[in-house]
Design a protein around this ligand. Structure first.
Ligand code: GLA
Length: 374
């Protein structure tokens, strides 16, 4: 790492990846999501500098970048460091003056797996930079600034889910979040089951136009419906009956996008109730419906994700299986009876490899705490 006045030992911050149990593509529609933070994290070691430079290095990549915090019009470089630089830029723009720093990142969250390595990088960076600058920022504001970094600097119009759960997740809990009010509940997950994540090994690219296109289609739906329903600000405000009644003139594809979001919001609420009642069978049914809706109405699944879900459904002890995250590749999430996890891993991996000629990675995850200094 470049020469710098380092007198102190570094401080280290950890921010987790996440798996979303249910509530997909609802966050940017002011809706409901239910992710959990997982025990795969990004670690940021940080040393303060005397100047206003950020020198960023990652153990996962070979190069290093230098960024001047006083640079007038910073632009993204289409580089892995954009997520960290974007966070620094947004913190400064919000009036939080940062110290220069040497930042060294190490990621365990597989990139492109749909487990939100980018939000983990953003949140780890935010915690590291604000701590050494002696800034105390409310975690909700920090989540929003990290989201802004991704929206306005990196250029992916993501919602708030990933950054929020990376900051507010809790061990053994799923987080039921209202993405409009940012109020949330932490719901216990029974310890008789495991969260098992199956990585299709097909990388997804979120900044890709398909994600932003879905957002635009939802906005088009809202614009149309608001002509009849003036209180509608987002798809969160629309019921399925209202869509059926006032959405008849929508282009067919926009209608289906809206239907997914509206029914998915209802599924998240129902899934929250199922968890409270310890009804994992109901929870699993809702996951299956969510997958079908993402596949058919929202069209963000893929052949690999569909196969992974079909294979999981055949294994004993599986309550539910669905794609997780933005889609177009990435991973599935499965709720599996702890006693059947080993068989699940064996069967699913073998059969997936037979069809796809790719060996999938399967992670048995523990719901974990949000970002912290370690
Ligand atoms: C990505 C985004 C999230 C959310 C999901 C889909 O993970 O970062 O904000 O929109 O896709 O649910």
């Amino acid at each position: 790492m470049s020469q710098t006045p380092i007198n102190n030992p570094p401080r280290t911050f950890r921010a987790p990846g996440r798996v979303n149990l249910i509530g997909e593509h609802t966050d940017y529609n002011d809706g409901f999501v239910m992710p959990a933070a997982i025990d795969l994290s990004v670690f940021a070691r940080v040393w303060p500098r005397e100047d206003r430079k950020l020198v960023i290095r990652s153990e996962n990549f070979s190069d290093e970048i230098e960024f001047d915090l006083d640079q007038p019009n910073p632009a993204p470089q289409q580089h892995w460091s954009d997520y960290s630089v974007g966070v620094a830029v947004m913190l400064e723009r919000a009036g939080h003056r940062l110290r220069g720093a040497n930042l060294q990142l190490r990621g365990e969250v597989p990139v492109g797996s749909g487990l939100s390595s980018s939000a983990a990088v953003e949140v780890a960076t935010a915690c590291a930079l604000t701590s050494i600058s002696e800034l105390t920022i409310d975690r909700r504001e920090l989540a929003l600034l990290c989201q802004k970094a991704e929206n306005e600097f990196v250029g992916a119009r993501v919602g708030i889910m990933d950054q929020f759960v990376a900051l507010f997740g809790q061990a053994q809990r799923a987080l039921l979040l209202d993405c409009r009010s940012l109020e949330f509940k932490l719901l216990p997950l029974p310890d008789t089951v495991n969260l098992v994540i199956c990585n299709t090994m097909v990388k997804h690219a979120l900044a890709s136009s398909a994600y932003n296109e879905r957002r635009a289609q939802c906005e088009a739906g809202v614009k149309h419906l608001a002509q009849f329903l003036p209180n509608v600000k987002a798809l969160r405000d629309v019921t399925i009956e209202q869509l059926e009644r006032f959405g008849r003139d929508l282009p067919e594809v926009v209608y289906r996008r809206c239907r997914h979001v509206i029914t998915e919001n209802a599924r998240v609420q129902a899934a929250g109730e199922a968890l409270v009642q310890d009804d994992l069978h109901r929870f699993g049914e809702l996951m299956a419906e969510s997958h079908r809706s993402l596949r058919d109405d929202y069209e963000v699944s893929s052949r690999e994700l569909d196969l992974m879900v079909e294979l999981a459904d055949k294994v004993e002890g599986v309550y539910g299986a669905r794609m997780t995250g933005g889609g177009f590749g990435g991973s599935t999430v499965n709720i599996v009876d702890a006693a059947h996890v080993e068989r699940f891993k064996r069967n699913v991996a073998q059969e997936y490899e037979q069809v796809m000629a790719v060996n999938p990675e399967i992670y048995v995850c523990e719901p974990s705490n949000g970002a912290e200094e370690i």
